[in-house]
Design a protein around this ligand. Structure first.
Ligand code: ASP
Length: 331
């Protein structure tokens, strides 16, 4: 029988209806754990409390705490399960994939769209499946939710109502769940090689969505306050306005100040071919770096992680363009 460490971070799974009629994280975690089924026939589980939060309140300090607990318990357990809200689960999963680079065991994030106290809760299935996956032949930070097993740094929350809350637009699922979880073979297999533990993130990142008519001066103003890196949500293949109200000129002056600028896209299926159109090409000439097929969550957390190691634009570019843990395609 294998062993799993279950880390409790909160989310809808553990919520109840509060005074205002809205879901709130007031439930005692011990009560929540009592409502989850006994999974001792799957794995011997220990539980540890990290936080009980709506995941919109998760902070980089929580990512560091989760990564540190996992790292220090790596040899004690066969796999790890994190009970987490869905809203920022893809951010936490991405952040952990970088902090625990090359981990040789599964780290499985799961949660629920309905509290465990609700008669039609999805918490029970998700929890049981997550514990099962934590014992499988996988060495990845993944999300197990509904009928899917997804690479964490390729996943994004797609729905606040469907039981399959996540999708992985640029990578096939690592597995599916019908009566039981099945892996597709795409996942990294368990191993005993050394991993790299780098649990640091720089919070001074600005994420800025472009729209037709946006005043570039606002972007220039926004980087004034202790900004170390920018992610622009551009259009299509990574295009930005370069005729009227030119954003490429703003990019040039930001990069010249030593602040790296990444460009992602507002499309969910993405390749980030910024050289396909002059509107992207000029941004590259101005110093912008394409986030290629990374999810926004992966691009933002990777930039936060990279900036905690170097703020040199040239090295940031090099690290951002290098696939680290399956977060981007290799072509
Ligand atoms: N707001 C909740 C959270 O992210 C949503 C959920 O868990 O599904 O904590």
């Amino acid at each position: 029988m294998g062993k799993a460490l279950v880390l409790f971070a909160g989310g809808t799974l553990a919520m109840e209806v509060g005074r205002d009629g809205a879901l709130v994280s007031d439930q005692k975690p011990e009560k929540v754990l009592e409502l989850l089924p006994d999974v001792s026939t799957i794995a011997e589980c220990d539980f540890t409390m990290v936080s009980n939060l709506d995941s919109s309140n998760m902070q980089t300090e929580h990512w560091v705490q989760l990564a540190t607990i996992i790292y220090h318990n790596l040899h004690e357990y066969d796999g790890f399960v994190i009970l987490h809200g869905t809203d920022t689960m893809a951010y936490t999963a991405s952040a952990l994939s970088f902090a625990l680079l090359g981990i040789g065991k599964p780290v499985v994030l799961t949660g629920a769209q309905k509290p465990v106290t609700d008669l039609s809760t999805d918490a029970v299935n998700n929890f049981v499946n997550a514990v099962k996956v934590s014992q499988m032949d996988m060495a990845e930070v993944c999300i197990v939710f509904g009928t899917q097993i997804l690479r964490g740094n390729r996943a994004t929350k797609q729905s606040d109502i469907q039981l399959d809350a996540f999708r992985s637009p640029m990578l096939h699922p690592l597995g599916e769940i019908d009566l039981e979880p099945h892996l597709s073979g795409l996942q990294q297999k368990r191993h005993q090689r050394d991993m790299k533990f780098v649990p640091t993130f720089d919070n001074h990142v600005l994420v800025f969505q472009l729209f037709p008519g946006m005043e570039p001066a606002l972007l220039l103003q926004a980087v004034e306050t202790d900004c170390q890196g920018v992610v622009l949500l551009g259009f299509g293949a990574g295009n930005v306005p370069h005729v009227e109200r030119p954003v490429d000129e703003a990019i040039k002056s930001i990069v010249e100040r030593g602040i790296p600028v990444l460009v992602t896209t507002q499309c969910s299926s993405r390749q980030g071919s910024m050289r396909a159109y002059q509107a992207g090409f000029d941004a590259v000439q101005a110093g912008a770096v394409s986030t290629r097929d990374m999810t926004d969550e992966a691009a933002i957390t990777k930039l936060m992680w990279v900036l905690s190691q170097t703020q040199e634009v040239h090295y940031v570019k090099r690290m951002m363009e290098k696939p680290m843990c399956g977060e981007m395609g290799t072509s």
